[in-house]
Design a protein around this ligand. Sequence first.
Ligand SMILES: Cc1cc2nc3c(=O)[nH]c(=O)nc-3n(C[C@H](O)[C@H](O)[C@H](O)COP(=O)(O)OP(=O)(O)OC[C@H]3O[C@@H](n4cnc5c(N)ncnc54)[C@H](O)[C@@H]3O)c2cc1C
Length: 282
Amino acid sequence: MSDCVTNRKDLWSGCGTILANRAVSKTIRRMTIVAPEFAERVQPGHFVMLRLLEGSDPVLGRPFAVFDVDVPSGAVDVVYAVVGKGTRRLAHLRVGDSVALWGPLGNGWRVAKRDPLPKRLALVAGGVGHAPFYLLLKEILALPEDRRPETTLLYGAQTMARFSCVPDFKALGANVKLATEDGSFGAKGFVTDLLPEVLPDDFPAQDAQILACGPMPMLRAVAKWSAARGIECWTSLESPMACGMGLCFSCVVEWKNDDGTWDYKRACVDGPVFDAARLKWD
Ligand SMILES: Cc1cc2nc3c(=O)[nH]c(=O)nc-3n(C[C@H](O)[C@H](O)[C@H](O)COP(=O)(O)OP(=O)(O)OC[C@H]3O[C@@H](n4cnc5c(N)ncnc54)[C@H](O)[C@@H]3O)c2cc1C
């Protein structure tokens, strides 16, 4: 197993002050928390645990990808879908309230970084799986042109009302392709149907890389699509987890060793970003 929380020197825990907590779509909200010491530690793909200070229900924190950070102001943004008790309570927090946070957690996209960078990069996002890609895109788009992979964000949702932050991605200068299952916006169908537009069969597999985050059925489809074409693929898992620090083992996933035997990895500290070829998808 890789590092456990006790070995991490870059973690911070404390309270942040809420600067904004607004709806960005029918079911999705964006929260800005001022936590300068946290903000300065974040790398693309990291996540944060948020916990309410008042009350003990839910007793556990909830994990969220760090959407954006602004180090000079100490602002940390998360984009979250309201799905249950924890996120409903987060949605009721107001400007000036405090929230407990710890992190940054996880390996982030740094594990997927290769040298030289791929020539073409497809970022595949479903639901709120676009959240860990904003900071990554910021980093990629800041690279000198001769080093920058040709990058496209493929973003899918059930219906148009479930998209969020698309203007933010476009304002970065990102190339964005959208798909909805009901055809209400963008291409009709699954986001994975867009992959051949970005990575056609005649594009050399060794020059391509896919990074994906979203619901398990989408990740499974992306993993299978890339495996069939020999394209390197990394997936960021949103496995339900309790501590986020490697202590509780509630987020284990099955992982293939070099010798083909199976082992377990904790999504919180060994991931959440994993080489798709190493995970069990069936
Ligand atoms: C590393 C990581 C990063 C994440 N990043 C984001 C993010 O940026 N934005 C975001 O909206 N969500 C993200 N999630 C998922 C988020 O943590 C859960 O939606 C949240 O914990 C739900 O809390 P709740 O108390 O509102 O729901 P609960 O009351 O705990 O659950 C409500 C319903 O949602 C289901 N559920 C809960 N957690 C998950 C999960 N992780 N995956 C699938 N179903 C779940 C439950 O089974 C239940 O049906 C992330 C998860 C992980 C592990």
